[in-house]
Write a protein that binds this ligand. Structure first.
Ligand code: ADP
Ligand code: MG
Length: 476
């Protein structure tokens, strides 16, 4: 399996945080991705000179490797090729003065990196899965099929049986918290099971847009296009995020056409139907309507009962029928909200040490919920960036001020990135908003942090555990 180099700019971004800017400029900015092989275990890079390679190997071997592994988690061996570009201007070797400067900077600002544990290589398909961005928690097995979503589920199964030709694209829309992301990812997991060799890519449209910005900055739009051109199943979540972003729409239009022509399946989700997309080019909207447009409705009372029953069983909550009805009547809008209520009930139940759910406590939990408080999010506590920072601080033992600060120490950076990830995926904050909360970090730092945790939480058991602990505190 070969891994394409869409992630290379992110590796360099990651490294930028570890080395001084002059070091970066002199020794890393011209390092280019060549290939990966041996199931992603070996990466070949191009450097402009032997001197450049030796410098990296001598001084930054481990830091560089860590940055590479953050995005190419199965890489064990790094190999260099010397590419002297004849047409380009001769690359000056860094002057002695520059080298002295670098040495000096590093003396005055020592960067202390602890060894990062190598990502555990669980099996050879993992790197591929990692790059898919599929979250194993979203499967068909735990997706409750009810009246409100059965059409969408049927379309999903048809597409899995006959990808690329029957309905292409599939455009799935519905209000927030109704299971679009869950269903989209379940399709990806199922396809992966049935056709392990195909190239699947789940990507939130916002991430696609951000990646494209990086590609433009790095002058790698050709590589960017090439990367998406080789996808067999493209799962684009929340397409409304490309509204108003013309360059991204252009890139998406290209990708769409390329894939569609090759009969590669495309599935798109959104919070609204194609016609109601604001600030998205007409030619894209008409393409969204080419295949099958299907929606997920808000669940009826009966649907909600079915979902709560299923979830209560999975949560290990002994709710009786009356209590299930009580919750289903109270929580009307979306499934995420139901999970929020069940989480609260579970927390109280676990504390009580009893074998049944106390009616009084349930009444109290439900009466305390205003629709606005549970709308959108699992838990009131989750709605608060402050509580996330405090929970991360407690779990990781890193003071809040450091999380908000600029320290690049490994543990501090990790804590900061986990906090970013929670704000992104649990609070749905935008990258700039997260940057602001964390004391004025820029957009690309947040993007990179969130992507890093997305990878680590699949590969690194330690990170998984840390995230779980933070969740537990937030759910208390
Ligand atoms: P959307 O993408 O439409 O906003 P999600 O897919 O994120 O919604 O769903 C919100 C939460 O509700 C997720 O945790 C998901 O697992 C759960 N969920 C939604 N629909 C269902 C369903 N039919 N069965 C089980 N869980 C569901
Ligand atoms: Mg979603």
């Amino acid at each position: 399996m070969s891994v394409t180099h869409n992630y290379w700019p992110l590796v360099l971004e990651n490294l930028k945080e570890k080395v001084s800017s002059s070091t970066f400029k002199a020794f890393f900015s011209r390092v280019e991705f060549v290939s990966t092989s041996n199931q992603g275990r070996k990466i070949v890079l191009a450097v402009p000179s032997a001197f450049n390679r030796n410098f990296i190997e001598k001084k930054y071997k481990q830091d560089f490797k860590n940055s590479i592994q953050a995005y190419y988690p199965s890489v064990i061996h790094v190999e260099y090729e010397i590419h002297q570009d004849q047409e380009a201007l001769p690359i000056p070797s860094p002057s002695q003065q520059l080298l002295d400067n670098i040495e000096e900077q590093e003396k005055t600002a020592p960067i202390n990196f602890q060894e990062v544990t190598q990502p555990t290589l669980l099996s050879s398909y993992l790197p591929k899965k990692t790059l898919n961005n599929l979250n194993p928690k979203y499967t068909f097995e735990n997706f409750v099929v009810t009246r409100n979503n059965e059409l969408a589920v049927n379309v999903a199964h048809s597409v899995i049986r006959q990808p690329g030709t029957l309905y292409n694209p599939v455009f799935l829309y519905g209000k927030v918290g109704l299971g679009k992301t869950h269903l989209l990812q379940a399709i990806g997991q199922k396809m992966l099971e049935e056709r392990p060799s195909i190239n699947i890519k789940y990507i939130p449209a916002e991430t696609f847009a951000n990646q494209y910005i990086l590609a433009v900055q790095k002058r790698e739009t050709t590589q960017f296009r090439e990367y998406y051109r080789t996808v067999d199943l493209l799962l684009i979540d929340d397409i409304q995020f490309i509204s108003g972003k013309e360059a991204t729409q252009e890139a998406f239009f290209y990708t769409f056409n390329e894939l569609h022509q090759q009969n590669k399946q495309i599935i798109i989700t959104s919070d609204r139907p194609p016609k109601q997309q604001a600030a998205i080019e007409e030619r894209l909207i008409s393409r969204f309507e080419w295949g099958m447009v299907v929606d997920i409705h808000p669940p009826s009372l009966e649907d909600r009962i079915a979902i709560i029953k299923d979830k209560a069983l999975r949560f290990g909550l002994p709710l009786d029928d009356k209590q299930i009805l009580q919750i289903a009547s109270k929580v009307e809008t979306n499934v995420r909200e139901m999970e929020g209520v069940l989480n609260r009930v579970k927390a109280i139940y676990n504390l009580s040490g009893r074998t049944e759910i106390g009616q009084q406590e349930l009444d109290k939990t439900l009466s305390g919920l205003t629709s606005a408080a549970v709308n959108l999010n699992l838990n009131v506590k989750y709605q608060n960036p402050e509580s996330i920072i405090l929970a991360v601080s407690r779990v990781m033992g890193v003071p809040k001020a450091e999380i908000m600060g600029k320290s690049r120490l490994q543990d501090v950076a990790m804590a900061r990135q986990i906090a970013m990830w929670f704000m992104k995926y649990e609070l749905n904050l935008s990258f700039p908003a997260i940057g602001k909360v964390l004391g004025g970090k820029d957009h690309s730092t947040i993007l990179h942090g969130c992507q890093k945790i997305e990878t680590c939480r699949i590969n690194q058991i330690k990170v998984q555990q840390q995230i779980e602990l933070v969740k537990q505190i937030l759910n208390q």
